[in-house]
Design a protein around this ligand. Structure first.
Ligand SMILES: [Mn+2]
Length: 344
């Protein structure tokens, strides 16, 4: 990846974790063609020794970081220093400019590598997805009509912790008219008969995110809401069925968008179709109307169309999907069939 005279300075937390396993928030990586270094404060030394087996550990003591960086670069024959232009802050950039190296900005060097998952990463993401979906299923077993969005959300989060999630990434629970909020947070509102309920949940397991959305019917819903559900479900399955190596993500987004439009709901699908997922909850590739990305085996992404009608409600269905050698594999597998819940 790197030429002999190049060094890569890594500042972004998720990129540091991806390349070194280091979970701390501080510190820097310097990767040269010969050797890999992690530069940290003393308080992270033990952690780095345990987590970063392939890295030489440099404890930053009296010398400041930039001075240390210079010495290591010079010892390794680095002439070009690559830095992450989206993460390096201006004050650090000014310091780097004083170094006798050519600075090379990189937007997505590590992010592009991250888009294609290794086998071990896929296994961890599968587990993360499994925790997320089991957390929803178990919370639904205990669901009762008139339970609040917040209480349902709390139950899902508690289940995830019990099942081994290290962190909750986010939770969306919206019901009734609030279903029209694609990113609505759970509130004290009661979930009532005749409403659609949308749950979008993601947790983190061993540093890897999961993401799943399901919409349920609380008892029976009216014709319009059922229609919304059916269109979203068809659209989502259409999108998933197109996932395979070689296809442009823009094309998947276009076909799904076209389907929702032809059903008369085009103006109510107000976001991109999906996103990559891994050590970040949203990462490459992004699936939307603008970006061209060619899918490759090993990518993991979401397909999540939704319809949101103000003052009526909404529905979204989302799966996390692995691109395999010839098609796809669903990593979130709980049923998407229209389901009425809350009635015994
Ligand atoms: Mn998502």
């Amino acid at each position: 990846m790197l030429r002999e005279n190049q060094g890569l300075l890594v500042v972004k937390k998720e990129n540091k974790f991806y390349l070194s396993n280091f979970t701390g928030s501080g510190g820097y990586l310097l990767i040269t063609s010969k050797k890999k270094y992690i530069l940290i404060e003393g308080k992270y030394k033990k952690q780095a020794q345990e987590q970063c087996k392939e890295f030489s550990i440099v404890v930053l003591k009296d010398k400041n970081f930039v001075q240390c960086l210079r010495e290591i670069c010079e010892n390794n024959g680095v002439e070009e220093l690559i830095f992450e232009e989206n993460t390096v802050v201006y004050s650090l950039y000014k310091e780097l400019q004083k170094l006798p190296f050519k600075l090379v900005e990189s937007k997505n060097l590590v992010e592009n590598q991250r888009a294609i998952k290794r086998y071990d990463e896929i296994e961890i993401i599968k587990k993360s997805c499994d925790i997320a979906q089991k957390s929803i299923e178990r919370a639904l077993d205990e669901f009762e009509i008139n339970m609040s969005e917040k209480d349902l959300a709390d139950n899902i989060e508690r289940n995830a912790k019990k099942l081994g999630a290290e962190k909750i990434d986010f939770i969306i629970v919206v019901s009734g008219e609030r279903g029209a909020l694609p990113h609505g947070r759970p509130i004290d509102k009661k979930i009532e008969l005749g409403e659609l309920l949308t749950i979008d949940f993601g947790c983190i397991y061993n540093g890897y995110h999961s993401d799943i959305t399901r919409t349920y019917s609380i008892g029976e819903v009216n014709f319009k809401l059922k229609e919304i559900y059916d269109v979203v479900k068809e659209a989502q399955q259409l999108g998933v069925s197109m996932v395979k190596p070689g296809i442009n993500t823009k094309e998947i987004d276009r076909v799904v968008r076209e389907y929702i439009k032809s059903a008369g709901f085009g103006e109510y699908f107000v976001h991109g179709l999906g996103h990559g997922i891994g050590v970040e909850g949203h990462e490459k590739p992004l699936l939307n109307e603008c970006e061209n990305n060619i899918l490759k085996a090993g990518m993991v992404l979401t397909i999540e169309p939704g319809i949101y009608i103000p003052e009526l409600g909404g529905a979204r269905i989302e799966d996390t999907v692995l691109v395999t050698n010839d098609s796809y594999e669903l990593l979130t597998t709980i049923s998407k069939e229209f389901k009425e819940i809350g009635l015994c």
